[in-house]
Write a protein that binds this ligand. Structure first.
Ligand SMILES: *Cc1c(COP(=O)(O)O)cnc(C)c1O
Length: 422
């Protein structure tokens, strides 16, 4: 079943987000006059990996928020959004924030990350996971992934904690577990290891809203979890995030620190360093509409996954990443893994072909231990993340993809595969 055939799928115009990205390119095309007509873009518009899927329901919610007079900073939409998020993720508390990165930062502060302490970070992740550790002054230690899921390898985590805590007597403030591309990590195994060593878990579920791990929702693991509502995530508030926890004190502290750590005095009294990290009432309205549509959007992403699986089913050397046991993943991004020896081609050549067809595709996250920013960082490695980075390619997976766009991606891949046959 194609995504567009999912019953109840909304039928609004997709918001095309290419304008901003084209602007710098157009301005270098020899035209110095602002009055010159913008040149016509040749060919079809670009198909993105995971653009915002926003329409009439979001519009209605925002309009209602605007008309209510509650624009910012806080308001009833923020309160309602927090309650709905907490319920969805089976948590006692949700705190709506300006980004997932801000949520990671505050959660780490509350877990005691500080200069001299270490934080375990999966090496296969988006850079924000590691950057939040640096914000606190703590030092990230990178741990490699399971080769099938791309998520934190529990055995290697055991080895890392044994080395750092038992052998070296270091302080480890937290273990961050990332649910990569919408597949939950092995929560049970990670919980076991962390309980044994007495280290709290921070779940980076930025990519995983809507996924389940053995019946438990992404966002319910450990001392605190983090969600992201950035524009390319499973659902968006244009930009935003949330911190989830069962600890009322952590939630209260996050609310306090995210509003400049202002004491309850008429004048502005401050005893601690705070941040401006709260989500506005208008953006929470977008989030509430998106949350209401989340199940439909998940269904459409899954249908796209199934579609790719059918396209590549007879292609030697190609498999769908994280395919095994993906019934409860959120299918945020569907990626393929290509064995160049068997396929006769590599991901770079497919990526170049798709790009020429104005279709975006992208390698998996470049592991943190290979990033110039983190050069020289302590790392526990097996080679799994390196291999995934070298062989993986994420394909357009947006829940708002229209039938015509899916056909264009199909045609481009089919053409490529035909041309690559030897
Ligand atoms: C997107 C993302 C973040 C950061 O979220 P923002 O809302 O963009 O700040 C953190 N961790 C992971 C794994 C992500 O994919």
């Amino acid at each position: 079943m194609l995504p567009a055939d999912v019953p109840g799928a909304p039928r609004y115009q997709r918001c095309h987000s290419h304008t901003a990205q084209c602007a710098p390119m157009l301005s270098t095309m020899g035209s110095s006059s602002a009055d010159d007509a913008m040149p016509e873009r040749p060919g079809p518009t670009r198909i993105y990996l995971s653009p915002p899927d926003v329409g009439q329901l979001e519009e209605a919610y925002v309009l209602e928020a605007v008309r209510s007079g509650w624009i910012a900073p806080l308001g009833p939409q923020v309160d309602a959004f927090e309650n709905e998020l907490a319920a969805r993720c089976q948590r006692q508390h949700a705190v709506a924030l300006s980004s997932g990165t801000a949520a990671l930062h505050l959660a780490l502060l509350e877990l005691g990350a500080r200069p001299e302490s270490l934080v375990i970070v999966p090496t296969l992740t988006f850079v924000a996971t590691a950057n939040a550790v640096l914000y606190t002054g703590a030092t990230p230690v990178f741990v490699d992934c399971d080769s099938n899921t791309g998520n934190l390898d529990p055995e290697l985590l055991t080895k890392a904690l044994g080395t750092l805590l038992t052998e070296e007597g270091r302080t480890v403030s937290a273990v961050i577990s990332v649910d990569l591309l919408g597949k939950c990590a092995d929560h049970a195994a990670i919980q076991d290891v962390c309980a044994r060593y007495g280290v709290p878990i921070l779940e980076d579920a930025a990519e995983a809203l809507g996924a389940l791990a053995a019946g438990h929702p992404a966002g319910s693991l450990g001392a605190a979890s983090v969600l992201s509502f950035n524009g390319n995530k499973i659902m968006t508030t244009s930009g935003g995030g949330a911190l989830l926890t069962n600890d009322g004190r952590v939630a209260a502290r996050a609310r306090y620190l995210s509003t400049q750590a202002r004491q309850s005095a008429i004048h502005y009294e401050h005893t601690e360093l705070g941040y401006n990290y709260r989500m506005s009432n208008l953006l929470a309205a977008v989030g509430r509409a998106q949350l209401q549509r989340l199940n439909d959007m998940l269904q459409r992403r899954r249908a796209i996954r199934e579609h790719y699986a059918s396209i590549f089913t007879a292609t030697p050397g190609v498999r769908i990443f994280q395919r095994e046991g993906d019934e409860h993943d959120n299918c945020w991004l569907t990626a393929i893994l290509v064995d160049k020896g068997r396929a006769g081609w590599d991901t770079q050549s497919l990526r170049a072909h798709l790009d020429a067809c104005n279709i975006e595709s992208r390698p998996l996250w470049k592991p943190m231990h290979r990033q110039p920013l983190y050069r020289g960082s302590r790392s526990f490695l097996t080679g799994s993340s390196d291999k995934l980075f070298d062989t993986g390619l994420a394909l357009p997976s947006g829940s708002g993809m229209q039938p015509g766009e899916i056909r264009r991606v199909d045609d481009a891949i089919t053409e490529f595969l035909r041309g690559s046959q030897t």
